[in-house]
Design a protein around this ligand. Structure first.
Ligand code: ACO
Length: 451
C-alpha cells in the first residue's frame, strides 16, 4: 500500500469494519488505469474475486497493446494492418522477440539462425509412429512439442539469455516442421526435409504439400496468404494460451514444455479451435435459408450453441485481424478462381448477425477465426490443420512472453487464489458408520452432468 496517497490512487472501504485502504494507481504508456492490488492480501487479508480474469492484469508487458473498444492491435507500437501490409513473418518474429524492427543485416542473420534449426532430431521423428494415424494433429503437436523438452532439457539454463534466445529460435524454426509432419503422418506420407532456399511461409507450404515423387512449385499467392495468416496470429497479449505459457513458465519449467501447455490451451473451441469450429458450423448451417434458425439458437440461453467466430473477451468492436483477413479472403479466392459457397454463406451470416439486436447489444463482432478457416480451406489445408496453423504463428508470441517474464526481476510463480464454497471442517466417519447421514454423491456430477 502506498505510504502517501495521491488523487489518482483508489480507496477501498470495507463496509463491515468501516476501514478504508488506499490502493495505488498504475498507468501504462497507453490504455486503462489500473489499481495495484498486489499488497492487498498481505496488508488487509482481503482477496479479490475475478473469474476468467476479466478485470485483472497479471503482468507488465512491452510486447502487444490492444484497445478492444476501438479495435486497435499493435505489436511494439506498430499497428497490425501496417505490419500485415509491409512486413513478413520473420520480421514480425524479430520485432516481437527483440523489441525493434531489424536492420537488413539483423534480419538476414535472424533468418539464417532460424533456418539452422528447422530439422527435427531423428529420435524425435520416431515419436510420430506412437500416434494413431487418425489422431487429431493438435494432439500430436502437444506431444511432440512437449517431447522437445526431453531433447534440450539437461543443457538448459533458463536464466541464461543466450539459452533463452536459442530456445526461442528453435521453437520458431521447428513448429512448421512439427506441424506439417503431423499432417503427413495422418496421410501415411513420407516427411519432407525443410528447404533453406525458401522463405518461412514457402517452406511451410513445401513441408505441407510437396510430394517426393514430383516437383513442387511454390504458388506465390498461397505463400503471400500464409505469410499474412502467420503475421495476424503472431501475438495477442495475455490470451488464454499465452497466459498458460506464462503460468507454466513461472515455476521455472522447461520452455518447450511451456509451449506444449500453450498448444493444449489453444486447442479449445473457445480459443484457437474456433477456426475449425467455424467451418463445421457453416457445414451445419448448410444454406442461407437456415441462417435465421441458427442465429436464434445462438441467442437461446438454454441452448449451448454459439455463433463460432463471433465475440471476443477483449474486442467489443471489429477484431482488426478479421478486417485484414476479410479483404485478403476475397483476394485469395479471386486469384485462385475459387467460388466458395461457404464464403458466400459466411458473408451472409456476418451481415445478418451484425444487424441483429442481440449481437449489437452484446457487442459481438466477427473475430479472426471467422475468416481464417475459410482462407485456409481455400489454400488446401484440411480443417483439422487450422488450429495447427494458428499454433505455428502464435509460437513466437508464446516464447516472447516467456522470455519477457524471465527477464522481469520481479516475476513470481503464478498462484491464483479462490473463493472456497465447499464443506466446512467435518469429522471423518469410518466406513461402517456411514449410511443415511452421508450426503449422496450425485451421479450426474460424476458422469459429467455439471454441478
Ligand atoms: N454466440 C452467441 N452468444 C455469444 C457469443 C457467440 N459467439 N459469444 C458471447 N455470447 C454471449 C454470451 O452468451 C454472453 O451472454 P449473457 O451475457 O447473456 O450471458 C455474452 O455474450 C458475453 O459472453 P461471455 O461468454 O461472457 O464472454 P467471454 O469474454 O467470456 O467469451 C468468447 C469470449 C469465448 C470468445 C465467446 O465470445 C465465444 O465463445 N465465442 C465463440 C468462440 C470463438 O469464436 N472463439 C474465438 C475467440 S478469438 C481467438 O481465440 C483467436
Amino acid at each position: 500500500m502506498a505510504k502517501s496517497s495521491t488523487k489518482d490512487d483508489f480507496t477501498l472501504t470495507d463496509n463491515s469494519t468501516g476501514k478504508s485502504y488506499t490502493l495505488p494507481a498504475l498507468t501504462g504508456s497507453m490504455g486503462n488505469r489500473l489499481v495495484d492490488i498486489s499488497k492487498l492480501y498481505p496488508q488487509t487479508g482481503i482477496l479479490t474475486y475475478d473469474p476468467g480474469f476479466s478485470s485483472t492484469a497479471a503482468c507488465k508487458s512491452d510486447i502487444t497493446y490492444i484497445d478492444g473498444n476501438k479495435g486497435v492491435l499493435m505489436h511494439r507500437g506498430y499497428p497490425i494492418d501496417q505490419l500485415a501490409k509491409h512486413s513478413d513473418y520473420i520480421e514480425v518474429c524479430y520485432l516481437l522477440l527483440y523489441g525493434q524492427l531489424p536492420t537488413p543485416e539483423q534480419k538476414e542473420q535472424f533468418d539464417t539462425d532460424i533456418k539452422h534449426h528447422t530439422l527435427l532430431h531423428e529420435q524425435l521423428i520416431r515419436f510420430y509412429s506412437g500416434f494413431m494415424r487418425s489422431a487429431h494433429p493438435m494432439a500430436v503437436m502437444v506431444g511432440v512439442v512437449g517431447a522437445l523438452s526431453a531433447f534440450y532439457h539437461d543443457k538448459m539454463d533458463i536464466t541464461d539469455p543466450n539459452e533463452q534466445r536459442v530456445a526461442a529460435h528453435r521453437i520458431i524454426a521447428k513448429m512448421p516442421t512439427i506441424g506439417a509432419y503431423a499432417y503427413k503422418y495422418s496421410l501415411g506420407m513420407p516427411f519432407p526435409m525443410p528447404r533453406n532456399k525458401y522463405t518461412y511461409a514457402e517452406n511451410l507450404l513445401h513441408l505441407m504439400f510437396s510430394n517426393p515423387a514430383e516437383d513442387y512449385d511454390i504458388n506465390p499467392v498461397l505463400a503471400k496468404a500464409i505469410n499474412l495468416l502467420l503475421i495476424l496470429h503472431a501475438d495477442h497479449e495475455q490470451n488464454a494460451s499465452t497466459s498458460t505459457v506464462r503460468l507454466a513458465g513461472s515455476s521455472g519449467a522447461n520452455p518447450y514444455a511451456c509451449v506444449a501447455s500453450g498448444i493444449a490451451s489453444l486447442w479449445g473451441p473457445a480459443h484457437g479451435g474456433a477456426n475449425e469450429a467455424v467451418l463445421k458450423m457453416l457445414g451445419q448451417i448448410g444454406t442461407s435459408r437456415n441462417i435465421p434458425k441458427f442465429i436464434k439458437k445462438a441467442q437461446d440461453p438454454d441452448d449451448s450453441f454459439r455463433l463460432m467466430g463471433f465475440g471476443h473477451r477483449v474486442y467489443k468492436s471489429y477484431d482488426p485481424r478479421a478486417t485484414v483477413l476479410r479483404e485478403s479472403c476475397h483476394e485469395v479466392l479471386n486469384v485462385l478462381g475459387i467460388n466458395d459457397p461457404q464464403l458466400e454463406l459466411a458473408m451472409e451470416l456476418e451481415q445478418i448477425a451484425l444487424k441483429d439486436a442481440y449481437f449489437i447489444e452484446k457487442k459481438l463482432y466477427p473475430n479472426v477465426d471467422f475468416y481464417s478457416g475459410i482462407i485456409m480451406s481455400a489454400l488446401g489445408f484440411p480443417t483439422s490443420m487450422f488450429t495447427v496453423m494458428f499454433a505455428i504463428g502464435r509460437s513466437v508470441g508464446w516464447i516472447s512472453h516467456w522470455k519477457e517474464m524471465l527477464m522481469d526481476d520481479h516475476h513470481r510463480i503464478g498462484r491464483p487464489r479462490q473463493l472456497y464454497l465447499g464443506e466446512t471442517e467435518r469429522k471423518f466417519n469410518p466406513m461402517d458408520k456411514r449410511g443415511h447421514t452421508e450426503k449422496k454423491t450425485s451421479w450426474s456430477w460424476l458422469w459429467g452432468g455439471g454441478r
